[in-house]
Ligand binder design. Structure first.
Ligand SMILES: [Zn+2]
Length: 436
C-alpha cells in the first residue's frame, strides 16, 4: 500500500482505520517470519487481530537483530521476504560492533522516501529550493536514501557527498544553491575553507538561507542557531530524526515550532515504554518514555515492538499551528546513558549544557560512576579555565550552581585545565568504573 496522502496533516485518531488495515497485511508477513516464530518460543506466536493487543507481545531490540544477522547472514532471518525482493542494501559502519545490513524492497524504499519527504517539507523545503546534499553517500542511509527523501519535497537536489569543500563552494555559487543538507558541525568547516581559499567572500554572500540537519544534539541549542544565522544568514532546521533499522528519517520540526513531528503515523505504531521495564506509558502530551516502534507496512526486515533506546517526551498531540496533526516530541537522551540520582534523571547532554553555562569552567567534564546504582549524588569531574587554580570558594560556588541547574546533588571534583584525557573523535564522558 502506498503512504496515505497528507497523513501528517491528520490527527492520529483519524488514521486508526488506516493503521488497522495495514496491520492485517503486516500480520501475515510477520507470521511467516522464522525470526518472530523463534522470538516467541515460550509461547506460540499469536499476533493480535487488532492493534490494541500488540502490548501483549514481546519487545525486540538491537541485540536480537545483531545476533540474528550473525547467525543468518547477510540479512538475518527477520528479513521476512524473499532475498530477490531486496532492491537496496545499506550498511552501518560497525564502529561500535558488528556492521548491520539494512535491506529495503522497492516498496520499502518508496515509503521511506515519502515519510522523509514529509519531515523535510515541514521544515520548509519545497519546489522553489535548490538544496545541496552534503552527507556521505558511502553505504549508509544518510546518503542516497536521505537524498531521495529530499527529492520528495519537489526541491532540486544536488548530490554532493562529503569532501571537496572548495568545489562545493564553487558549485553553490555557480548554481545559486539556497539550501544545504548537512551535519550541524559542517558549516564551521565550510566557513574555514571560505576564509582560506575565497577570502573575498563573506559566508552570507554565498546565498545559503536554509539548513536541513539532524543527528547531533547541539542542533537544538539556541546559541548554535543564532550563531549560524549571524554568520550565514541561514535558518537551521532539525528536519532529520530517524532510527536506521526502522526508517532513516521519520520526524522533524516545522517552521512554526521546535519540537519534532512524528511523520509516520499511517505506516508505523509508536509506543512509549518505561526504560528498562515493560510498562506502556499512555500516548498523551507530557508523557515520557523509551520510543518503541512497530512497522505496519514493511516488506523487508519488519520490526515488531523495537526498543530504540531513545528516551522522548511527547509535547503535544493536538493540531499544530502549521496545520499538521502529527504528534510532537523532544528527544531527551539515550536510555543507556540515563543516570538516576535520588529519583531525578540526569543525561550527559543536560550535564554538558550546565557545565558550559559556568563561566569559570572550560566545558570539559566526566561523569565517573565508581559503583552500580543507586546514586545519592552525581559524581562529576570538571576542568577550570586555564588561568584558574582550584580553591574552596570557587569549589562551593560551582558546586552550588551546578546543583541548582541540574536540580540534584553533585559530588564535584574541580580540576586544573588539561587534566582530563583528550581523545581524537568522540569522547566518552560517561565512565563506568565497575564491572557491569
Ligand atoms: Zn507544526
Amino acid at each position: 500500500m502506498p503512504c496515505t496522502p497528507g497523513a501528517e496533516f491528520t490527527l492520529p485518531q483519524d488514521l486508526a482505520a488506516q493503521r488497522e488495515a495495514r496491520w492485517q497485511i503486516q500480520r501475515e508477513r510477520l507470521a511467516a517470519s522464522a525470526f518472530y516464530q523463534r522470538h516467541h518460543r515460550d509461547a506460540p506466536l499469536r499476533l493480535p487481530a487488532a492493534l490494541e493487543g500488540i502490548a501483549e507481545l514481546p519487545f525486540t531490540d538491537k541485540e536480537d537483530l545483531r545476533k540474528d544477522q550473525a547467525r543468518h547472514p547477510p540479512f538475518g532471518s527477520y528479513l521476512a521476504a524473499s532475498p530477490e525482493s531486496v532492491t537496496r542494501l545499506h550498511r552501518t559502519s560497525g564502529t561500535t560492533g558488528q556492521a548491520m545490513n539494512l535491506a529495503l524492497s522497492a516498496h520499502d524504499a518508496k515509503l521511506q522516501a515519502e515519510i522523509a519527504g514529509r519531515a523535510q517539507s515541514a521544515a520548509g523545503l519545497g519546489p522553489e529550493d535548490t538544496v545541496v546534499h552534503c552527507l556521505n553517500y558511502q553505504l549508509w542511509m544518510g546518503g542516497v536514501t536521505d537524498h531521495l527523501g529530499l527529492e520528495e519535497t519537489g526541491a532540486m537536489v544536488v548530490p554532493f557527498g562529503t569532501g571537496g569543500t572548495e568545489l562545493l563552494i564553487r558549485t553553490i555559487r555557480e548554481l545559486g544553491i539556497n539550501a544545504i543538507s548537512c551535519t550541524p558541525s559542517y558549516p564551521s568547516r565550510l566557513a574555514e575553507v571560505l576564509r582560506e581559499h575565497f577570502p573575498e567572500f563573506e559566508p552570507k554572500s554565498l546565498g545559503l538561507r536554509k539548513a536541513f540537519m539532524g543527528g547531533e544534539p547541539g542542533l537544538d541549542d539556541p546559541a548554535f542557531r543564532a550563531r549560524l544565522y549571524e554568520t550565514w544568514g541561514m535558518r537551521a532546521m532539525n528536519s532529520n530524526y530517524g532510527v536506521s533499522d526502522f526508517l532513516c528519517n521519520f520526524a522533524g520540526q516545522c517552521t512554526e515550532q521546535n519540537d519534532l513531528h512524528f511523520m509516520a503515523t499511517d505506516v508505523a505504531l509508536a509506543e512509549l515504554v518505561v526504560p528498562g521495564e515493560e510498562t506502556v506509558v499512555p500516548w498523551e502530551a507530557g508523557s515520557q518514555g523509551e520510543l518503541v516502534l512497530t512497522h505496519l507496512d514493511r516488506e523487508c526486515q519488519p520490526l515488531l515492538r523495537f526498543r530504540t533506546g531513545d528516551l522522548i517526551q511527547l509535547t503535544a498531540t493536538d493540531r499544530c499551528a502549521c496545520g499538521r496533526g502529527a504528534s510532537r516530541f523532544r528527544v531527551i537522551g539515550r536510555t543507556d546513558e540515563m543516570i538516576v540520582v535520588r529519583g531525578v534523571n540526569a543525561f550527559p547532554s543536560v550535564v554538558a549544557a550546565a557545565v558550559n553555562a559556568c563561566p569559570e569552567l572550560n566545558g570539559e567534564y566526566r561523569i565517573r560512576l565508581a559503583h552500580p546504582p543507586p546514586y545519592d549524588r552525581l559524581p562529576l569531574e570538571v576542568e577550570l579555565l586555564h588561568d584558574q587554580a582550584p580553591n574552596d570558594d570557587l569549589y562551593e560556588t560551582i558546586r552550588q550552581r551546578l546543583a541548582d541547574t541540574l536540580r540534584l546533588g553533585v559530588a564535584l571534583t574541580l580540576l586544573p585545565s588539561g587534566t582530563l584525557e583528550r581523545t581524537e573523535g568522540k569522547t566518552r564522558r560517561l565512565i563506568k568504573d565497575y564491572r557491569q
